[in-house]
Design a protein around this ligand. Structure first.
Ligand code: NAD
Ligand code: IPM
Ligand code: MN
Length: 354
């Protein structure tokens, strides 16, 4: 039994982020007990509350602080009291950029037919991974507003596509497929309209795919991809796309899994400190009511452990989530009668008994 201590930064954030993070932490503690693992969890207060009290979104040495951990777990950020979302930009997007977490890995796995809104679709039809480029695109923040607040206002937001950025995410998607024995990678762009930036995606995909001869490389325009995801999700194994499109299609894909409360994600730079979070946001109207589904957050903790090499521990969490879903247990969004807290208790108990 290994006892190496894993140091994990925990940023609960805002709204339901705090509640689902508490359940993910509970489950990590259960994993620690069950597997004899020491997790040193350090809670960081960065959030809307912290910003409103101190005027600080993330301290000047915040990204360096984060780099010293083995991994980062984050709940969600977003609060109506901070309408421009600047704290979320600095904490969430800032960490993605500063730690160069270029892979946004969003697995899409349906655990039970009952949870899928697509007619007649079951777990065999919904099982793919989305790789979202996470450090550039329209999120780079390049642009500005001229004459703001007037009828002459000009607002420019540039989409940044670099060869390095596009190449590393496309290559990562193929390497993932290869390592899992998968046979298909689909790239989605909008190169029919975005004739400069997305021509680069076309070129890199065309040049990279022949290096993976066992893998069928396909392409859809993003609008058609959205349509095919609904019509025939079973055709997908790995999807790779840019930052904004990846954001949008993973909310769509979350509905296939039973809703946003079920979807997990990782912001990863292979071999470096990476950050894990549910796909959903802070859902202010659900906050403080013990109704938010913590399974996406708990599944993100499993992704974190898997990425840290703790594969048995990760599998135990996934098995406990699956057992809860199969028993019909969980929060109301997936048809259950449990609260956030009780769902976390159930999953933690299952792990301790496993
Ligand atoms: P959201 O994901 O917070 O919620 C949208 C809806 O999805 C909710 O009203 C609810 O019906 C459902 N939902 C989400 N999470 C759920 C859960 N765990 N259990 C059950 N149902 C759940 O998206 P939004 O309303 O567009 O955004 C709210 C705030 O969160 C905004 O400030 C936004 O910027 C922010 N946000 C943050 C992140 C993040 O931190 N990663 C992600 C998305 C949105
Ligand atoms: C996500 C979120 C963020 C994003 C927001 C909060 C900026 O929607 O992680 O999916 O767009 O990346
Ligand atoms: Mn999103």
């Amino acid at each position: 039994m290994q006892t190496q201590t894993m140091k994990i930064a925990v940023i609960p954030g805002d709204g339901i982020g705090k509640e689902v993070t508490a359940e993910a932490v509970k489950v990590l503690k259960a994993v620690g007990d069950r597997f004899g693992r020491a997790f040193e969890l350090e809670h960081l207060p960065w959030s809307a509350d912290y910003f409103l009290q101190t005027g600080v979104t993330i301290p000047a040495d915040g990204y360096d602080t984060l780099r010293a951990f083995d991994a980062i777990f984050i709940g969600a950020l977003g609060d109506p009291r901070v309408p421009d979302n600047r704290h979320a930009r600095d904490i969430l997007l800032g960490t993605r950029f500063e730690l160069d977490l270029f892979v946004n890995y969003r697995p899409v796995t349906l655990l039970h037919e009952r949870l899928c809104p697509l007619k007649g679709r079951g777990p065999a039809d919904v099982n793919f991974a989305v790789f979202r480029e996470n450090t550039e695109g329209l999120y780079a923040g390049v642009g500005g507003r001229f004459k703001p607040g007037t009828e002459d206002e000009i607002a420019i937001q540039e989409e940044i596509n670099t060869w390095k950025g596009v190449h590393r995410i496309i290559r990562h998607a193929f390497e993932f497929a290869k390592s899992r024995g998968l046979t298909k990678v689909c790239m989605a762009d909008k190169s029919n309209a975005m004739t400069h930036g997305h021509a680069l995606w076309q070129r890199v995909f065309r040049e990279t795919s022949p290096k993976y001869p066992g893998i069928e490389a396909t392409h859809y325009y993003i609008d058609a991809l959205a349509m095919y995801m609904v019509l025939d999700p079973a055709q997908f194994q790995v999807i790779v796309t840019n930052n904004l499109f990846g954001d949008i299609i993973t909310d769509l894909a979350a509905t296939f899994q039973g809703g946003l409360g079920m979807a997990a994600s990782g912001n990863i730079h292979p071999g470096r400190t990476s950050m894990f979070e549910p796909v959903h946001g802070s859902a202010p109207k659900f906050a403080g009511r013990n109704v938010a589904n913590p399974m996406g957050a708990i599944g993100s903790a499993a992704l974190m452990l898997d990425t840290l090499g703790l594969t048995h521990e990760a599998a135990a969490i996934d098995a406990a989530i699956l057992a809860a879903v199969e028993a019909g247990s969980g929060t109301p969004d997936i048809g259950g009668t449990l609260g956030t807290n009780e769902t976390g208790d159930l999953i933690a108990r299952t792990i301790l008994k496993s």
